[in-house]
Write a protein that binds this ligand. Structure first.
Ligand SMILES: C[C@H](O)CC(=O)C(=O)O
Ligand code: MN
Length: 343
């Protein structure tokens, strides 16, 4: 496919997926500063929410520095051209959270489920689609775990519930470009032509940019990334890198490449509590197909029970654990520690 001249929408994740490595402690001021700079650089869409979506503030997922309502209210009113999105996982976020986010000024709601559980998104997607001008997006996580044909059934379900855009989400950073091509191309061929297709990558195997380009080539027109890769695991597709590559290839993002680089370097890297990079554990997530936001949970349990975090992650992958099973990580570590006599 000729990519030169193709227009795509990039969607920044620093202020939502980036909440995972920050243990949800990004302040309202930091959110506003980063969002303003991205607005100025031409980033068209920015996600702002607790790392686990609206309503994520809890013992299980972690308490944030401020409420979703405070973050969204503060950021939405500052935007000149950028639109703000919020993420919602049914079971964590409710229809009331969705209404609150709309009242705060979001333009996009993304309803996320595990890749085999699109049916649980019906209530939220139907409701969102009934709200005037609300960009309604379905988001299927851990999409590497099922074959393209099975994924298509789930994507179609979200389309039927009213999503005008559906996402193929590589939550574990496990996919290789051929995996992305197979899933996106089938979706592009079978979904309604007016339904947009998005791809959300994690960089655990260093494939974020290559996978995102594969997605665009196969027919996706929305691509998630985050400046300096601030996101779960080894982070999301580093957005400033993806923008520079698009620039070289003639793919139009509308974002100023040098301003994107400056945001990554001058604003995001200094905010990091640890370097978000492909270290041994993040690489293991990608290699073993584990949900990226399990990383810090596994590291904490490893430290507590004198275990190797890699061993915990490999076992989580073997057990095919999925998002929402965070509480099982400590249970697993405790069992492993008893078995190995490390406690
Ligand atoms: C709640 C997760 O962090 C959503 C996401 O970004 C992913 O699955 O990847
Ligand atoms: Mn993610």
């Amino acid at each position: 496919m000729e990519l030169k001249g193709k227009k795509i929408t990039v969607h920044d994740m620093c202020l939502r997926d980036g909440m995972h490595p920050k243990q949800h402690q990004i302040t309202v001021n930091e959110m506003v500063t980063v969002a303003r700079a991205m607005d100025e650089a031409g980033v068209p869409l920015i996600e702002v929410t607790h790392g686990d979506g609206l309503g994520g503030a809890s013992v299980n997922y972690g308490f944030p520095a401020a409420s979703d309502e405070d973050y969204l209210t503060a950021v939405c009113k500052e935007m000149k051209q950028a639109k703000i999105s919020a993420l919602l996982l049914p079971g964590i976020g409710t229809v009331d959270h969705l209404k609150m986010a709309v009242d705060c000024g979001i333009s996009t709601i993304r309803v996320a489920t595990h890749c085999t559980e699109a049916d649980v998104s019906e209530q939220h997607l139907t409701m969102a689609a009934s709200i005037d001008h609300l960009d309604t997006v379905g988001f299927l996580m851990m999409a590497h775990m099922i074959e393209p044909e099975e994924l298509l059934v789930q994507l179609k379900m979200m389309e039927d519930f009213g999503a005008n855009c559906v996402y193929i989400t590589d939550s574990a950073g496990y996919m290789l470009p051929d995996d992305v091509t197979a899933r996106v191309a089938l979706a592009r061929a079978e979904l309604k032509p007016e339904t947009e297709i998005g791809f959300h990558g994690h960089h655990n195997l260093g494939m974020g940019v290559a996978n995102s380009i594969a997605a665009v080539a196969a027919g996706a027109n929305r691509i998630d990334g985050s400046m300096a890769g601030l996101g779960a695991g080894a982070g999301n597709t580093p957005l400033e890198v993806f923008i520079a590559v698009c620039d070289r290839m003639g793919i139009e993002t509308g974002v100023d490449t040098f301003k994107a680089m400056d945001i990554a370097e001058d604003l995001i890297v200094p905010m990091m509590d640890h370097m978000v990079r492909i270290d041994r554990d993040a690489l293991t997530l990608g290699y073993a197909g584990v949900y990226s936001s399990f990383l810090l949970f596994a590291k904490r349990s490893a430290e507590k029970y004198n275990l190797s975090s890699r061993d915990i992650l490999v076992e989580l992958g073997r057990r095919r654990t999925v998002g929402g099973q965070e509480d099982m990580i400590e249970d697993l570590a405790l069992d492993m520690a008893k078995e190995r006599g490390t406690i």
